[in-house]
Design a protein around this ligand. Structure first.
Ligand SMILES: C[S@@+](CC[C@H](N)C(=O)[O-])C[C@H]1O[C@@H](n2cnc3c(N)ncnc32)[C@H](O)[C@@H]1O
Length: 381
């Protein structure tokens, strides 16, 4: 019986729905989406997981001092900056926990001190780990408060002895007083600085900072749902707005005439360009820009787009972006969102301007949490 976890008792808020059996979690999420989006049209039954455990391909663990100045790591107790030591998580792919344990051992062997936020002493703050389901490769990103990392070669050697699947190690430097995990500077310590994964038959290059969905099994279902909703037949020009490392655009490129991806994060755009090359995809290009400015420019220049995918961050899109969508007048808009409240706000805007939600599909990417992704197809009525 997995519906309990020792971290929960210590204050971890990572799995707020853990006490509910999974079918009840799905029923709850279905109802939540119906309450928020049901006014726009019928909501399809939520797509849940067959095995809703150990699905995450990314983890962040924060260092702290344990008994006898031992090095521990874990997650912040809900709403605090107190670290709860965690060795195993029901949501992590087990390879992540093994890699984090190896990082702790290697860091302790190098006598790296955990960073203390109050006193601003110590060196290592967090470790971010990514795992590729397709290749088994692991990326380790050690976040430090200072640039100097004495004995970094010995650290990498020890880490790879303990965990040979670690194929690349980067140091991220974050000296800021902020709850953001990553800083802006990065140093390559070992390997290529990225790992490769495959989704929907397309290879993706992932760096530490790139956005990449954390549940690979359900992400494939999400993207397949979105691409089917777009009704591509090879003749359409496609805009993939908020494209991250190019996942949706590249997965749909074989069925499109052309793809333009727009993304604000430079490192993700670089990965998207490399991803197109590595897959021999020649009809996709990527632009590093604010999605709103880019689409406004396209609308002003009278460009045509047949399909617009938009997958914005939790805050949703902007009225200016949505207004430019109306000007561009594509055949279909496929709106993918992890926040039904901001999606509802944006759907209000579009439906008031002649768009109709003709298909609404929730997909459970985050079992045991409150979150849900929803794909909405909009067509002009
Ligand atoms: C929910 S993620 C979706 C990424 C991608 N579609 C995927 O499925 O992996 C949202 C993305 O929007 C990007 N983003 C945030 N604000 C943006 C903006 N103003 N313009 C363009 N991209 C933005 C983020 O960097 C992130 O990659």
């Amino acid at each position: 019986m997995k519906n309990t976890c020792s971290c929960r008792k210590k204050g971890c808020g990572g799995c707020p729905l853990l006490a509910l059996p999974y079918p009840e979690q799905l029923a709850k999420k279905q109802k939540d989406v119906e309450n928020l989006l049901g006014k726009f049209g019928p909501v399809q039954p939520i797509l849940g997981m067959e095995d809703p455990w150990h699905y995450r391909n990314k983890a962040v663990s924060t260092f702290c001092a344990g008994p006898g100045r031992s090095l521990q790591s874990g997650i912040y107790a809900q709403g605090t900056h107190r670290v709860i030591p965690v060795e195993e998580c029901l949501l992590h792919n087990p390879a992540l926990d093994e890699a984090i344990a190896a990082v702790r051992t290697a860091a302790a062997a190098c006598r790296y001190e955990p960073f203390n936020e109050d006193r601003r002493t110590g060196l290592i703050r967090h470790v971010l780990v990514r795992h590729s389901r397709a290749t088994g490769q692991i990326l380790v990103c050690l976040v430090t408060a200072q640039t100097a990392l004495p004995g970094s070669k010995a650290f990498v050697t020890k880490l790879r002895q303990l965990c040979p699947s670690v194929s690349t190690v980067v140091q991220n430097i974050n000296p800021r007083h902020s709850s953001a995990v990553l800083g802006s500077a990065e140093k390559l310590l070992y390997g290529k600085g990225y790992i490769e994964d495959t989704l929907c038959g397309v290879k993706f290059r992932l760096s530490a900072a790139s956005f990449y969905q954390v549940n690979p099994v359900q992400t494939e279902r999400l993207y397949q749902t979105a691409i089917e909703a777009a009704g591509l037949d090879g003749s359409q020009s496609v805009l993939d707005a908020y494209c991250g490392v190019g996942t949706i655009g590249l997965a749909s490129a074989a069925k499109a005439k052309s793809v333009l991806g727009v993304e604000l994060n430079r490192s993700a755009v670089n990965c998207a360009i490399q991803n197109a090359k590595a897959n021999g995809i020649t009809n996709a290009r990527f632009l590093c820009a604010d999605a709103t400015s880019a689409i406004q420019r396209m609308a002003q220049q009278g460009e045509r787009m047949d399909v617009v995918f938009l997958d914005p961050p939790r805050a949703g899109s902007t009225p200016e972006f949505l207004q430019a969508v109306c000007q561009l007048a594509p055949e279909r808009v496929v709106y993918i969102s992890c926040n039904s409240e901001t999606q509802r706000r944006d759907l209000e805007y579009l439906t008031a301007r002649g768009w109709k939600a003709s298909f609404i599909q929730p997909v459970d990417l985050f079992p045991h949490t409150e979150h849900v992704e929803t794909v909405v197809l909009l067509t002009r009525s």
